[in-house]
Design a protein around this ligand. Sequence first.
Ligand SMILES: Nc1ncnc2c1ncn2[C@@H]1O[C@H](COP(=O)(O)OP(=O)(O)OP(=O)(O)O)[C@@H](O)[C@H]1O
Length: 354
Amino acid sequence: MSNLEIRDLRKSFKDTHVLRGIDVDIHSGAFVSLLGPSGCGKTTLLRCIAGLESPSDGKIFIGGEDVTNLSPEKRRLGVMFQSYALFPHMTVLENVRFGLRMLQDRGAAEQRASAKAALETVRMEAFASRMPSELSGGQQQRVALARSIAFNPRVLLLDEPLSNLDARLREDMQIELVELHREMGLTTVFVTHDQHEAMAMSDTVILMRDGEIEQEGSPTDLYRTPQTQFSAEFIGSANLIPAHAKNGRVTFDGSDITVPLPNPQAEGAGFLVLRQEVLSFGLEKGESADASMPGTLQTSIFQGAHSVAHVESAGHPLKIIRSGSAAIPAGGEGVLSWNSKESTWISDRDGSRG
Ligand SMILES: Nc1ncnc2c1ncn2[C@@H]1O[C@H](COP(=O)(O)OP(=O)(O)OP(=O)(O)O)[C@@H](O)[C@H]1O
């Protein structure tokens, strides 16, 4: 396994600038997700790392070696894309051995042993002599994974590998991939547009937007301290209230309500970010709350484990996961409260990065 460094990577297709200066440091053994909306450049970045696309500018280093101009085979990376097609006329074992044969760095017996070991890792050794058509979708995918790890790659690149699976299998495979990563300690870059998948699986999430990195950090960092409006809206479900910060307090636009600011040094226009679960709504202010404002209950929707309440407050519609304590009918008045340490301030009114 190796670390991966990307320096000011740029890629344009004619006049379209798809990657606009990407800088990334991925340490050995990390599991990193590239997350972002469709078209933000995730796959292009992964293809540049794999050597399947040549960058217009910038450098890529794997284990300290400059691989920017190396062919894909010479980079020694395991790659698995969304369509993980196995060769239909080869057995499972032959499929896994195929990549090793291409590499030509070990004899037949050794190839066979490496292929078997990879199948064991993905718990498919019992299926070695089956044909791909005799396997389920999830099993085929495990074989494809075995094929991409059999030659002991320096880094494993996965592009939406779970998107063709049904929801249940997808969840099982998420757990298996994380366990496999823990066992092998293989540096892994995983592309997804699914924030839940990225949050559940990665040590680090790199959130991309329009060919640039919007924010990078642990799933908890991104969730708890989004730095931009885009991050706050993309990750999790947040209430963003346009407001002004001054002298340690927040004043909501169009109202004279003020509440404590989470980071008292902030000044000027921005958004107060309130996650649904940090808010409570009831007849009285919550016990541990140091911030509150009046609100009107619009609707409350029962969702099994909890109810989601829609509350209008300071002229804004807010969503709240209710504990069930509030005995307030629709249209009724109550108090919305939270602990200011659990709120976040974003000075990002124009959507710029920073
Ligand atoms: N070979 C190409 N020629 C021209 N434009 C391309 C090419 N490959 C990608 N693009 C464009 O680059 C942009 C980024 O594409 P990319 O596939 O990297 O996005 P993505 O974030 O992986 O999206 P998705 O989640 O939909 O796969 C898109 O606007 C796409 O149309």
